[in-house]
Design a protein around this ligand. Sequence first.
Ligand code: TIU
Length: 226
Amino acid sequence: MATLAAAPAEFTFDPDSTAILVIDMQRDFLEPGGFGETLGNDVGQLRRTIAPTTALLTAARAAGLTVVHTREGHLPDLSDCPPAKLNRGDPSLRIGAPGPMGRILIRGERGHGIIDELAPAPGEPVIDKPGKGAFYATGLGDLLTAKGIRSLVVTGVTTEVCVHTTVREANDRGYECLVLADCVGSYFPEFQRAGLAMIAAQGGIFGWVAESPAFIAALQASQRRT
Ligand code: TIU
């Protein structure tokens, strides 16, 4: 077992039943010209997560932890995109519209891909999801059950949208979720602050929050003991 300081209280995990979840680190959200920027957002707010997440993945892979990546996106015919999601915002900037990196949030397009810096390692599962949550209409739940995972260390973007939705889904399914503050990002600094505060409030109402160096130190200390 491993333990680290977190909010609202210490987080204890068994590395054998812990997975790292890397949510939607896609070009459409993080790179200039992608979906996120077309919506008027500052991608720099998300890009600060790349370096700490790279260090986290290096440590997690060295320790043999399960790493799972997700991508938000839709089939080219948009048959898996409900009208309520599709018909949102300016029609020229909608999902499926042509963007500088291909059709926005369409599977197989360049913008839908994970950024080069955080490319999945061979064998790491990549979950394609049509919603904001990673459990809705995906095989993630079955995958985690098959691997005996009980705890999730959550990273990715954006804090108040896909990270929050996924952590809420996971908490309701019985997973203990640790969200790494430096490895999750929002386009809006006030949402980053409030989003993290909401998770840890009320005694950790749906999770724990810590910084990635504390998690890495706890993981490596647990390895030295075994
Ligand atoms: N726009 C925004 O904040 N987020 C998304 O649309 N998707 C994810 O958070 N991945």
